[in-house]
Design a protein around this ligand. Structure first.
Ligand code: ZN
Length: 505
């Protein structure tokens, strides 16, 4: 409680540590549920999870927390805090206000609605029945509109939602970014679709033993510098990374025996996320700053490793022989060039999660435009299937044959996660900017990658980005790493140059 300055700091630190520890327990329970907990424990375990979550919510919005925040926000007290505590107070205030501004009854109704709606969405997707999901989505949108009123907004209602995932990002900036991408990427995709030089990716559909896939994944992760003494690789339905606590950042992948490229690139992707979490300054432990600064910057780390490194020719020049040692029959007669082209095949497709690096941002653009219009009440939920299909036609030149492969494909909206989708594209844009900055630092980057010297890249990222955790805002980090604000031009140039060559455009 509030006492003299030092006692109050001590009390505040104890409180945030307690929240952090409860979170660690909760995260471990989630990881367990998703990686192989026995089926019969799920009901009981969910109750434990529910109780722990309520406990964390209670502590984060407690009267005690409110008093600490008021105290440390007073100018004379704030001046005495170090940078870590100042940022911690800001972070806790954000969370406190986010929860406190919504009446508890309303919040409870919303939690029940979203948990119901996730299972309704699953069923609706399975049955290809949008009408089943529609009333739920309508209510979720309505709640979000009310929340935005309670949270407040400046220029655009959607800004408030965006800010939860990418602090500082606005519709004004995103509109400009997507307009630039649209102008160059839509024609690029159209050109690629017409090209007669499409790579052959059927080499990945032979049989690849999952255990051997795992062995190769472990080999690559080790080269990237993933610390296996501070993490582990497991299998789950959908790949993910989770920071359970300091010294424990776990990743998962999913092995498809007849689709080799999937687990490989998802392991590299999750490995990129994990390097971020594994290399945050230990000084930030026990605070809410001991995590990535935003969803977009987090995604930049995974995309950088997955695409800029993992899908580069130089990377495979170094590692393709090792791969052929593990799968000699599968890659018999497949040259390095053919392999490189195959992992970079571009195909306008219906499903976002299966999309290549060129078309991916167009999938995100479809979702961004729809979310923005929904939250600004310019379109109705009832019209989504039609709007979705029209945008797919316009940007990718393909139209889903049903809603299962269209508007119903993603889980995000059923959980109310509006504002999340743009993070994926922001990640791609940041990744290209970061790659450019690394090239300036290491003019011999390609030779370095050829020699397998990935640890130097990992160390550079650790120093410039990872160690800061959430102490710096996304825009501050990007400015200090690249010398400029977010700029999609680097991504556009990267994609145009790379694919002009592969497709002989
Ligand atoms: Zn990711």
């Amino acid at each position: 409680m509030i006492g003299d300055f030092d006692t109050t700091i001590k009390g505040f630190n104890e409180l945030i540590k307690k929240i952090k520890y409860y979170n660690e327990a909760l995260t471990l329970l989630f990881w367990d549920l998703r990686t192989g907990a026995p089926k019969k424990c799920v009901g009981g375990r969910s109750e434990v999870i529910g109780m722990l979550s309520a406990e964390i919510f209670g502590l984060s919005t407690s009267e005690e927390m409110g008093e600490y925040l008021d105290y440390f926000e007073k100018e004379e007290n704030n001046a005495g805090l170090d940078a870590v505590l100042k940022a911690t107070v800001k972070e806790c205030r954000k969370e406190y206000d986010k929860c406190k501004k919504i009446p508890p009854e309303m919040y409870k109704e919303y939690v029940i609605l979203t948990s119901e709606s996730e299972s309704v969405w699953e069923e609706a997707k399975k049955k290809d029945d949008f009408q089943l999901f529609r009333p739920y989505l309508e209510r979720i949108v309505k709640y979000n509109l009310e929340f935005v009123e309670l949270w407040g907004y400046k220029d655009n209602k959607y800004d408030t939602l965006l800010d939860f995932y990418e602090p500082g990002m606005t519709v004004e900036k995103l509109d400009r970014i997507f307009a630039q991408l649209k102008e160059r990427i839509v024609p690029l995709v159209a050109k690629i679709s017409r090209s007669e030089n499409a790579p052959d990716s059927t080499i990945f559909t032979k049989y690849f033993d999952p255990r051997q896939q795992e062995a190769f994944g472990l080999y690559i992760l080790e080269k990237m510098g993933y610390d296996f003494e501070a993490g582990r690789l497991d299998e789950s339905e959908h790949p993910f990374t989770t920071e359970i606590g300091p010294g424990d950042v776990r990743i998962t992948t999913h092995y498809y025996p007849n689709l080799f490229s999937s687990a490989l690139f998802s392991s590299i992707h999750e490995g990129g996320h994990a390097l971020y979490e594994q290399n945050i300054d230990p000084e930030l432990r026990g605070t809410p700053l001991h995590t990535g600064t935003s969803m977009g910057v987090h995604e930049s780390q995974s995309r950088f490793w997955e695409n800029m490194i993992g899908r580069s020719y130089t990377f495979w020049k170094c590692h393709y022989e090792e791969l052929r040692k593990i799968f000699p029959e599968q890659f018999e007669g497949v040259s390095l060039e053919a392999f490189y082209r195959a992992i970079n095949k571009v195909e306008p497709s219906l499903i976002r999660v299966e999309a290549d690096e060129v078309t991916y941002n167009l999938h995100v653009m479809v979702r961004y435009e729809i979310e923005k219009a929904l939250i600004n009440q310019e379109i109705q939920v009832a019209d989504l299937p039609e709007i979705w299909n029209a945008k797919m036609q316009a940007y990718l030149g393909v139209v889903p044959p049903n809603n299962q492969k269209g508007v119903l494909q993603d889980v995000h909206w059923s959980g109310g996660a509006f504002g999340y989708f743009p993070s994926y594209t922001l990640g791609n844009i940041y990744a290209a900017q970061i790659e450019n900055a690394i090239r300036k630092e290491f003019p011999d980057l390609d030779e370095m990658i050829c020699r397998g010297e990935l640890l130097r890249i990992k160390a550079w990222l650790g120093d410039k980005i990872h160690r800061h955790g959430k102490l710096l805002q996304p825009a501050e980090i990007m400015k200090s790493v690249t010398g400029e604000e977010i700029n999609p031009q680097y991504l556009i140039d990267y994609l145009e140059n790379k694919y002009k060559e592969i497709y002989a455009l």
